[in-house]
Every structure is written in structure tokens, then in C-alpha cells.
Design a binder for this molecule. Structure first.
Ligand SMILES: [Cu+2]
Length: 312
């Protein structure tokens, strides 16, 4: 995870020390550096490989986590052994699309800054041409902006990030992407990555204990499909649109998250057993977008905590 632990400028520390009465006083400048990497990655539990375009060689890219009011000093590098131009579009930023979000060629580096004004969970992605292909090939991730008011959300016992996306059989086939002819819809880059029920090759799943508040940060990368995010055998206790505490809804069965959108979903199970987190669009779910959430009193202490928010 990239975020507040990485950088804390001396100037911000001094400012914080003298003006602690304002919630923004603790704002930091957070350096985030990502590298565009064109690499081969597994797209299923069997290890089927595909050429992906990524941030830092991961799908989704590293989770960026900051606090509302922080200034993010972001640097993107595009190494000269890449073949394509790349860029960064943070949905948590308010900047100039032609400037900050503009593409850089292989061999180039660019830096821009923005302040995280709104709390929530936001998509980030490469916006280079053709954007549909840069997203379909895996060039995306999430930024969590924790609220300045630390009591704005009920405390979560465990947290997980799921990013939905489509995988196309031939990542060079732009026509198939435009025709929406995807092969799999997946969470966190691989078909049935967290679903040992449907895939005997799957070894990972999400975990929590009964009674715990489990917070799932859900991002839909698309590039095309909507998500109808539903916990099979459960009910969302709270849903926060874009993850903003002011956008709170209660007791939902499913909630639609369109491409390029995100929401925060809180789940509490009164019993031991499993829920299956799916997009209830069945063609999508049965092609790979199912994640098992196991509720057990024997849950590992560190599951869904710290860097385990992203189960790699
Ligand atoms: Cu790109």
C-alpha cells in the first residue's frame, strides 16, 4: 500500500504542530510514485498468462491510501523498454485533463499534485489512447481517501478491496473490446481468484468473524460492464456511494456500480459460514466474478488488516 506512511514533510509537521485545532491541520504531503509496466501476468488460478499493462506490475495496481485534505505529489514513470504511452487519471483529483492526465511516452516521467478534497474510494486508471484497451489490459487501481473526521464512519474490523474488470481473450483485439466481447469478468485481475467453490485451483478467499463489521471497498474498472454487487446469503448493512460517509444507505441487497465508479460496502454476518460476493449479472459472475467471504470464529488475526486489505 502506498500512502501516508511513506512521506511526511517537515513543513507539514510544523504546520500541524501550530494549528492542530483545524481538522485539516494534520494534512500531509504524500509522495506516490508508480511505474508503468508492460508485463505477463496470470489471469486465472491455473496460471494462464496474458500480456498486461499495469501500474507497478500488479492488477489492480498498488492501493493508494491518504486522508482527506492531504496533498498527493504523484509521479508516473514510463520506462523506455515499454512500447506504449501511458498516463494517470485519479478520480480523486480535480485538475486539468489535458495537463495532469496527459500521456507520457516511454522514457518519460511526470509529476503532478492534487489535494484529496472528498473522502471515499475512487478509481484510478491509465487514460491513454485507446483508453478501453489500457483499462482492459489491467492499468487501474484504487485510492482510498479516509475522512478527515475519523468518526465519520463506524469503525471496520476488517477491510478488503475488490476491483471488478473484464478480461478479453486477445488483449490486442480492440474490436472485441468495442463489441464488449469479453471472456471473463473478474475481481482483482483473475477469474474466480477468491472462489474455491467454483474453481478447484483457487486457494484464496476473504475472511472475517461473525459479528464483525467487514468493509469492502468495491471499484468497477470496466471498461464496459456494470456491476450489481450483492453478497449471496447476506445483506449490505451500509453502502456509501463513492465511499463518502454523507452518502449512506442501509440494508441493501444489491447496489449498482457502473464502470469508473466505486462504493464502500459494509457487511456483518450474525453466523458462521460463507457469503459469496458477486455481481448479480449472472453472465459476469459465472465467468469469474465471485469472491467467497468466509465467516469463522477461527479467522486469522491479520486477515483484512493493514496491507492484507488487498489479497494478492
Ligand atoms: Cu496505459
Amino acid at each position: 500500500m502506498l500512502g501516508r506512511k511513506l512521506s511526511f514533510t517537515f513543513a507539514a509537521a510544523c504546520l500541524a504542530a501550530v494549528t492542530f485545532s483545524s481538522p485539516a491541520a494534520w494534512a500531509e504531503t504524500v509522495e506516490v510514485k508508480l511505474v508503468a509496466k508492460e508485463v505477463d501476468l496470470p489471469i486465472d488460478n491455473k496460471g494462464t498468462m496474458a500480456r498486461m499493462w499495469t501500474f507497478d506490475g500488479q492488477v489492480p495496481g498498488p492501493l493508494v491510501r491518504v486522508r482527506q485534505g492531504d496533498t498527493i505529489e504523484f509521479t508516473l514513470s514510463n520506462p523506455d523498454d515499454n512500447k506504449n504511452s501511458h498516463s494517470m487519471d485519479f478520480h480523486a483529483a480535480r485538475v486539468d485533463v489535458l495537463n495532469e492526465f496527459g500521456s507520457i511516452k516511454p522514457g518519460e516521467t511526470k509529476t503532478f499534485t492534487f489535494t484529496a478534497d472528498y473522502p471515499g474510494v475512487f478509481f484510478y486508471h491509465c487514460g491513454s489512447d485507446p483508453m478501453i484497451q489500457h483499462i482492459a489490459r489491467g492499468m487501474f487501481g484504487a485510492i482510498i481517501v479516509d475522512p478527515a473526521d475519523e468518526d465519520a464512519l463506524p469503525p471496520a474490523d476488517r477491510e478488503y478491496l475488490l476491483v471488478q474488470s473484464e478480461i478479453y481473450e486477445n488483449p490486442e483485439d480492440l474490436g472485441a473490446m468495442m463489441a464488449n466481447e469479453w471472456k471473463h469478468v473478474v475481481f482483482n485481475g483473475q477469474a474466480f481468484k477468491y472462489d474455491p467453490v467454483h474453481d478447484p485451483n483457487a486457494s484464496r478467499y476473504l475472511e472475517a468473524a461473525p459479528g464483525e463489521r467487514v468493509r469492502v471497498y468495491f471499484v468497477n474498472a470496466g471498461p464496459n460492464e456494470f456491476a450489481s454487487f450483492h453478497p449471496i446469503a447476506g445483506i449490505w448493512d451500509k453502502v456509501y456511494l463513492s465511499g463518502n460517509p454523507e452518502n449512506e444507505m442501509t440494508g441493501l441487497q444489491s447496489f449498482t456500480v457502473g464502470p469508473g465508479d466505486a462504493a464502500t460496502f459494509d457487511l456483518i454476518s450474525p453466523v458462521e459460514g460463507a457469503n459469496a460476493l458477486v455481481t448479480h449479472s449472472m453472465r459476469s459472475a459465472l465467468s469469474g466474478a465471485i469472491a467467497v467471504m468466509m465467516f469463522s470464529n477461527d479467522v486469522a488475526d491479520d486477515a483484512g488488516k493493514g496491507d492484507n486489505i488487498v489479497v494478492r
